[in-house]
Design a protein around this ligand. Structure first.
Ligand code: GUN
Length: 286
């Protein structure tokens, strides 16, 4: 059995530090950090994610403003709400839960968010800051959470072969930039990759973010690898990841469980980004 990379325990530690820091500010009479959370439509998984984020905010002392909009909301209506929140001095962060309904122009929405309030890090300006290795940008929450998890367990990507399976906009692509920032040799596999296992077998650190349940089997993993599972899929009532945990845990040096690995670290990444936005905008400290 390999080392379990426990995102729950680490999240608890980081979140109690966040709560402590916020208490220091509010006890001086400063207002609390504030996050506006927008959910369009009634996708059940998104509803769960959003309410988890809101609960986590509340627990650390971040004020969250909830905007639940019907699925027939237009791009224009959403743009108007974002403009209003951009202009609102007391709003530090704006999060638009993805995916949006298909009739909404996602690119236009993400471009409209003030980059200084873009706690998801999806605005091209923040993606650009990630490319440029600028510390004052926002790194998307899941890559940020994974980075913190690796750091906590003293796993340094520098010089390692990092293989990412999944090139999505939310995780795979920004994570590949972050791992490059950490001086790893990065390969990114996607649906057009000819033979995924030729890459995964070489990985010192293997990260899967596809949403395909149990895609990664033991024969695809190098002995002693670190395996990070970003997937969250439902198998009946059970939550499973991209990695066949029972098989792979015997071969890996370290592995994240699902649930309790990357999931809580993503939410912790959001809390950290919201605190950062508050400090940069309101306290003028970086
Ligand atoms: N949908 C899935 N993951 C995320 C995320 O990190 N942020 C947002 N806004 N939507 C998501």
């Amino acid at each position: 059995m390999s080392l379990l990379l426990d995102g729950r325990v680490l999240s608890e530690n980081i979140r109690s530090q966040i709560a402590q820091e916020i208490k220091e500010y509010t006890s001086k009479g400063y207002r609390a950090p504030t996050l506006a959370v927008i959910l369009v439509g009634d996708d059940p998984a998104s509803q769960v994610y959003v309410s988890n984020k809101e609960k986590a905010c509340q627990k650390v002392g971040i004020r969250s403003l909830s905007y639940r909009l019907p699925s027939n909301t237009t791009t224009q209506e959403l743009l108007e709400l974002i403009a209003q929140l951009n202009a609102e001095e007391e709003v530090d962060g704006i999060l638009v839960q993805l995916p949006l309904p298909p009739h909404i122009n996602q690119q236009e929405i993400l471009l409209a968010i003030n980059p200084k309030k873009d706690v998801d890090g999806f605005h091209p300006e923040n993606m650009g800051r990630l490319v440029a290795r600028m510390e004052d940008g926002f790194i998307p929450c899941t890559p940020l959470g994974i980075d913190l998890l690796l750091k906590h367990y003293d796993i340094d990507p520098k010089g390692k072969d990092v293989v990412i399976v999944g090139a999505g906009f939310i995780v795979g692509r920004p994570l590949s930039l972050l791992m490059l920032w950490r001086d790893a040799t990065v390969s990114v596999c996607h649906i057009y990759t000819k033979d995924i296992k030729e890459y995964t077998k070489r990985a010192d650190i293997l990260i899967s973010a596809t949403g395909v349940p149990r895609l990664i089997k033991a024969h695809m993993v190098k002995e002693g690898a670190v395996v990070i599972d970003v997937g969250i899929s439902k198998e009946g009532t059970k939550i499973v990841g991209d990695v066949d945990f029972e098989e792979v845990k015997e071969k890996a040096y370290a592995i994240t469980p699902v649930p309790g690995g990357v999931g809580p670290m993503t939410v912790t990444g959001l809390l950290l980004n919201t605190l950062k936005a508050y400090k940069l905008r309101f306290l003028y400290v970086g």
